[in-house]
Every structure is written in C-alpha cells, then in structure tokens.
Design a binder for this molecule. Structure first.
Ligand code: AMP
Length: 380
C-alpha cells in the first residue's frame, strides 16, 4: 500500500518523498488510518519499526481539523522516558508539521535543562513531547494545562515504567480529560504495561512488530574470550588494528563508561561517553557528533541507548554484557538494518560464560568464539 492510500495531506506525501521514504513500514500502514479514525492504538514495537512517523503524521493531520485551544492548553501530549527521545520525536513533528497549511506549534520539555525557557516557550503550543517529571513541574507552576488534551501518546511505555515513572504517570493521567484518544507504544508487553493498557485503552487496534529478531541474521557476530584486565587493550587493538570507525561501545555502568572512554582517549582514539550522569548538553553534543560521523567511538550505558535511532551503525561492541538477553538483542539490533548490515562483537570474561550461553540460546543463534589469550596486545 503506498503512502497516498493512507489519507494523508498532499504536502505530507511530498515531505515523505523528500525524506526518501518510498513505502510505509508495516506499522505505519496499520496505525495511520486507525489514528486518523480517532481509534486507540496499542503498538508493540521498538525503535527502528517506524512507529514515530506512524503516530506523528496522523496526529498532525487530526490537528488540522480541530479548533484552537486556550493559551497553555495543549492538544496533544507525548510522554517519553528520556530527554534524547523527547528531542528526537519533537524533531519529527517539526519536519512534517511545517509543511501543513495550518500552523502547528510543537515543543519538547525534559529535566536536566533549565525550566524557565521551557515555561516561556509553552505559550501557544499544540503538541508537547515531555518526560514525566518535568511535565509535572510545569503543570504545578501553571505553565501548561492538560485538561483539553485530545490525544495522549505513551512512547516506550515499558521503558518509562522500568525507569520508575509509574507514580508520575498516574498523577498525569488524573489530570487528563476522560474522553481522549490513547496511543501506547511499548517494546514489550510486560505485566506492568498490561496494567497501563487496561487503564488506558478502549477497544484498541493492537499491532505487534518484532523487527529486531528478524534482523539478527543480517548481523555478523563474533565473541572474544578475554580476562577483565585485557578488555581495554583488546578494545583498542580491535579499533586500531582494523581501523574501525563509528563504533558504539556498551558498558554496564557509568563508572565503566567513563573509564573506557578515558583510556581510549589517552591512546589517541577520539571517544566520548554518554550516560545518565552527563549533562544534557554533553549528551546531545556526543550523540550529534557520533551520528554525523565526527566522533569515532561512543561509549554508552543501556539506559541512554534505548530509543536512540542511529542510522548506518557499522559496529557495536559489548565491552560488558547486559543483564538480559532482550537488551543484548536490542543493542546489537542497531547494526542490522537491511540497507547497512553491521558487525557485533562481544567480550566474554570468565564470569560471563554461562550468561552468554543463555543469551545465545534466547537469540537462537550461536556466536563464533575466539580466545584472545594468544593475541599479542602489547602497546595497546
Ligand atoms: P522509529 O522506529 O520511529 O524510531 O524510526 C526508525 C527509522 O526509520 C527512522 O530513522 C525513520 O527516519 C525511518 N523511517 C520511518 N519510516 C520510514 C519509511 N517508511 N521508509 C524509510 N525510512 C523510514
């Protein structure tokens, strides 16, 4: 089904073509007509499925027909777990919103940035993309009102619950009008999301997209047995010896991310860390530089990595394994886009061997293992 069959405005069709989107992704073909029809949607889908465009376009279309609301009474609220995702989703609203005849004002608000400019900017906003905590602060200071919301979007709902936003979300739900459209997107349908689902959705369109497991076959994977002390030298050896560019390295803690980054830099490899202890500015800067190919290595923790879409990522290195097999698949799934197959490398310390077996079993794929003991890492 082409984009033209989905009921979108001609200038949006043109903008899609300008962006290089030829065909709707499966999730888009299903959710766009449903959202235009004011139905509730439950989408089990992750980053990479195309869910963002799937909800952004019909929301913009529906707003074209609705009458203006009072000042500081927004029409659409999109709740997201992280600042990075807020910025990213808002950008998509802006790209497509600017081509429509009726002006739509969109804005992203999130914690870790000063609240005053956000308070002032909220005047006349139709679509607000927000992290839960900051949204409540803005509501409490009367900078924004939620009583006239027509559409609520929960993006990466499972992540929001995992990050402990349950109380904030419940407080926000209390402030919303009973009659509204609800769109809930989540990578998994965990028990908790199931509860949210029952609270929120009436006879929704349910759609499940599982792209990442399908991508696994596109990714070439390798694992190295390596002792903890030799992980750093092995990482630097692989990057330098193979002249790897645009490498995303995952660590399991903030401390380790900083440590790995410092050592890379001391060894002349351009690297930056991105994690929850970094300021908003530093995070956006590192991510921006990495996305544009100006930064060779980005070292990240899982918390930050979720929801960030980086196109054409050739290398992912698991310096430390994640706790869950799902997270492992999510991490390496970033390299397995059809148009740019990539390589995932995992470091397996003696204590990780059993856990890595579990991961491979869940993934349904056995990874070639190389013992690094005999490799000469001197000088790295
Ligand atoms: P998302 O799952 O929303 O984070 O989107 C994943 C990526 O797919 C983004 O980089 C989008 O720009 C891209 N994308 C979304 N829809 C399409 C489409 N129909 N054709 C090509 N690329 C798309």
């Amino acid at each position: 089904m082409p984009f033209t069959a989905l009921g979108l405005h001609p200038s949006i069709i043109q903008a899609l073509s300008d962006q290089g989107y030829k065909q709707p992704y499966p999730i888009q073909s299903e959710v766009i007509p449903a959202i235009l029809d004011k139905k509730d949607v439950l989408g089990i889908a992750q980053t990479g499925s195309g869910k963002t465009v799937g909800f952004v376009l019909p929301i913009l279309m529906n707003l074209q027909r609705s009458s203006p609301t009072k000042s500081r009474h927004i029409n659409v609220l999109v709740l997201v777990p992280t600042r990075e995702l807020a910025v990213q989703v808002n950008e998509v609203f802006q790209v497509f919103g600017q081509v429509l005849p009726n002006r739509v004002k969109t804005m992203a608000v999130y914690g870790g940035a000063s609240i005053n400019p956000q308070m002032m900017g909220l005047h006349g906003v139709n679509i607000l993309v927000a992290t839960p905590g900051r949204l409540l602060e803005l509501v409490e200071s009367n900078a924004v009102h939620l009583s006239e919301i027509q559409t609520l979007v929960l993006d990466e709902a499972d992540k929001m619950l995992n990050m402990g936003f349950t109380d904030e979300m419940n407080r926000i739900f209390e402030l919303l009008p009973k009659k509204r459209q609800n769109l809930l997107f989540s990578a998994t349908l965990s028990l908790e999301v199931d509860i949210v689902n029952r609270v929120l959705l009436r006879d929704p369109l349910i759609i499940k997209i599982e792209p990442e497991n399908d991508n696994i076959d596109l990714i070439s994977q390798l694992a190295y047995f390596v002792t903890d002390e030799r992980k750093g030298p092995l990482l630097r050896y692989l990057i330098k010896h193979n002249n790897l560019q645009q490498v995303l390295v995952f660590t399991s803690s903030v401390y380790s991310a900083d440590n790995v980054t410092d050592k890379l830099r001391k060894n002349g490899i351009d690297a930056m860390a991105i994690h929850s202890k970094k300021s908003q500015g530093a995070r956006m800067d590192a991510l921006g530089r990495f996305k544009f190919g100006e930064l060779r290595v980005l070292v990240a923790t899982d918390l930050i990595s979720r929801g960030i879409d980086i196109k054409f990522l050739p290398y992912v290195i698991n310096y430390e394994l994640p706790r869950s097999p799902k997270e492992f698949i999510h991490r390496i799934g970033r390299t397995g886009r059809a148009e740019s197959p990539g390589e995932a490398i995992s470091f397996i310390a003696p204590a990780d061997e059993h856990h890595f077996k579990v991961i491979q079993k869940k993934m349904g794929k056995w990874v070639t293992m190389i013992d690094s003991a005999g490799m000469d890492l001197k000088g790295y």
